[in-house]
Design a protein around this ligand. Structure first.
Ligand code: ADP
Length: 248
């Protein structure tokens, strides 16, 4: 579905080097790593916003072969911070249909917007303005706009940042549901190791712009966490799950 091959990127200083991985259809991948390790930069390279060395292949086409419009039909990116403004929730989600529009929205575009609003239970907010939403509501709207693009790949930057535990769980369940029911590949950055361990199919641990470890929850070992984050933790196994606690 999507393959990242030998990807490197420098702003002025090198940030990413030799990054290789693939995401399969319906797979949920969480990218973990300390602040400044290059997670957001990696997402922005995959989204075609930055121009890295190496290749990003989407359904066997390189990013460079795809027009902006065609890329937006295959891939949607939800950044960490979104601009709020005076547009309504409905209009913002409708903007997700822009890559498909000619002169204006068709009935099909409106149908998809309504479908996404219903999937995310946003009916009551549909005619609210973005600057009148809570953090959790705004995050859902941004995911809704991304889904209206009908992407095959969904890139999310810290989707649970600033959310309370109920909203975190709701968003992460929704992300898995989208991946599994619509066969969308999800690649998301994440700070919370415990949440990542619960909702990931695969975890990529990044250290200094390189993939340090990749795999299932077994990569969240004491040794790896110490090596990547420089902190001592205890990893407790419980019913096939792991709980990571500070080691003091
Ligand atoms: P993460 O998402 O893991 O916190 P980032 O990808 O945001 O890391 O940043 C990786 C490194 O790149 C950091 O050292 C950061 O200071 C640097 N960086 C990020 N954005 C820019 C930019 N626009 N110009 C120059 N350096 C940047």
């Amino acid at each position: 579905m999507i393959a990242v091959e030998n990807l490197s990127f420098s702003y002025k200083e090198p940030v990413l080097s030799g990054v290789n991985f693939e995401a399969k259809e319906g797979e949920v991948i969480f990218i973990l790593g300390p602040n400044g390790s290059g997670k957001t930069t990696l997402l922005r390279c995959i989204a075609g916003i930055l121009k890295p060395k190496g290749a990003v292949l989407i359904e066997n086409q390189t990013l460079n072969d795809l027009s902006k419009k065609d890329l937006a039909k295959k891939l949607a990116y939800v950044p960490q911070r979104s601009d709020t403004g005076f547009l309504t929730v409905f209009d913002v989600i409708l903007l997700g249909r822009k890559p498909y529009m000619g002169f204006g929205p068709t009935n099909e575009d409106y149908r998809i917007v309504e479908e996404v609003i219903s999937l995310l239970n946003l009916e009551k907010l549909a005619f609210r303005r973005l600057n009148e939403l809570s953090g959790g509501e705004l995050q859902k709207v941004m995911i809704a706009r991304a889904l209206a693009q009908k992407p095959r790949i969904l890139l999310l930057d810290e989707p649970t940042n600033n959310l309370d535990v109920k909203n975190q769980v709701e968003i992460l369940r929704l992300i898995r549901k989208i991946a599994k029911e619509s066969n969308v590949s999800v690649i998301s950055t994440m700070h919370d190791l415990n949440l990542a361990s619960l909702y990931a199919d695969r975890i990529l641990m990044i250290k200094n712009g390189k993939i340090f470890a990749s795999g299932g929850i077994e990569v969240l070992s004491r040794e790896n966490i110490k090596a990547v984050y420089g902190v001592d933790v205890e990893v407790v196994r419980m019913n096939g799950k792991v709980v990571i606690l500070p080691g003091d």
